[in-house]
Design a protein around this ligand. Sequence first.
Ligand code: AMP
Ligand code: MG
Length: 493
Amino acid sequence: MTVQEANFTFDNSYARELDGFYVPWQGANFPAPKMLRFNRELAIELGLEPEALANDHGAAVFSGTQSPQGADPLAMAYAGHQFGGFSPQLGDGRALLIGEVIDRSGNRRDIQLKGSGRTPFSRGGDGKAVLGPVLREYLMGEAMHGLGIPTTRALAAVTTGEAVERDGYKPGAVLTRVASSHLRVGTFQFFAARGETDKVRQLADYAIARHYPELTGAKDRYLGLLQRVAAAQAALVAQWVLVGFVHGVMNTDNMTISGETIDYGPCAFLDAYDPNAVFSSIDHHGRYAYGNQPTIAQWNLARLAETLLDLINPNDSEDAIRQATNAINAFPLLYQTEWLKGMRAKLGLANDIPGDLDLANDLFSAMEGQNVDFTLLFRHLADALRGDTAPAKGLFKNPTPFEGWLDRYNRRFEKEDAVPVALAEAMDRVNPLYIPRNHMVEAALEAALQNDMEPFDKLLAAITAPFASRPGFADHAQPAPESFGPFTTFCGT
Ligand code: AMP
Ligand code: MG
């Protein structure tokens, strides 16, 4: 089958409605694009014909070398605070939005290439991506989706046939990702920093129509937009924290307006619980450490708020600041509410009882400094409810504080209607067994570089159904062996 039969029906609202917010652009002409992995299930969800795309014709499209009919490829403009410092012009330096499709559920989805060559926003960069980081983003996005956490998803990984210089030469690759949009906090900052209030308004109205349509036409819609984004991010970051995810580079250009996780660079999942965990080689001061993520999300939202002040109240800047400040100050409670809701589910608690917040927090106090495997602990708590406390206790170097906590936890079930064993089942449906553990991800990527995709495929199979224990995946549920040592990730641009 050919690309003409792929059934792309683009409806490119960004290109159509936001002239001046992007540069129309084309992908590089790569020598030999080859399809490495294609996400058939997602293609079907998007209304595409997978058989027409899961081949080298598809590779030509998903490398940017060939533009499918109806695409309006473009590079988006955005700015961003990177590690706290403002860059007024970032933009898609190596990405191309090829267009939007309406999926089978009626939702608008962006299809974007990453690594498709230089654009007017490339600055000093080469516009390229390499195989390891492309497969890493593929795995991480699909893992997040498997966990039920809002995220961009991977549609295709293509090799380009080119060698790209990255500390020596690496095989070039392009990731195709799908997002409910690529609007970022940084998109607003780009126009606000230039004093282009009309453009910020146009962008805000577009974002409202696309993501929060219930606000359309409302008098206080710009404050509403800020509140909605804050609520979406509170829910998102709470879910990251509840599965031990460290994004690693929460710059404002990497924070979406939709509330989806985006830009899997130096991200990682915790093995051992550690609030100070940092995996990124460039995060020297721990700005984006595991436990700092809610604080940073709030900081980023304050940057979004600043871009909206002229819209919130054009006539009275003090009033605008007061309203925006209230919205930002609401974030810690929004976050805590989402986190506690998630923790109740993780602990198997159906009823909402005063004291649950302390009980949840005290579990983490008992874990601190104990090198406890975050993921296994919650699975083993379900085992404890089934009558076997040994596996959970065995995770602690010194189990005494945890034993005290376990007594309180057991007593807490007196306030539940169901028997603990029944609650254990529900816990196993929210506490994953299979996460993309760092040593497994590294092994999969190393093998892929040697043309062996089996570990990648096996890991992908594990994490796309992370909750139900399955035979043949025992290794995927284990922490890294000690010999793996401390783990560091690199941005891999
Ligand atoms: P990221 O760290 O992926 O969020 O990217 C931050 C900014 O750097 C964005 O504007 C990217 O488009 C740009 N960028 C990252 N890598 C490259 C590259 N290899 N070539 C050009 N631009 C890049
Ligand atoms: Mg980025």
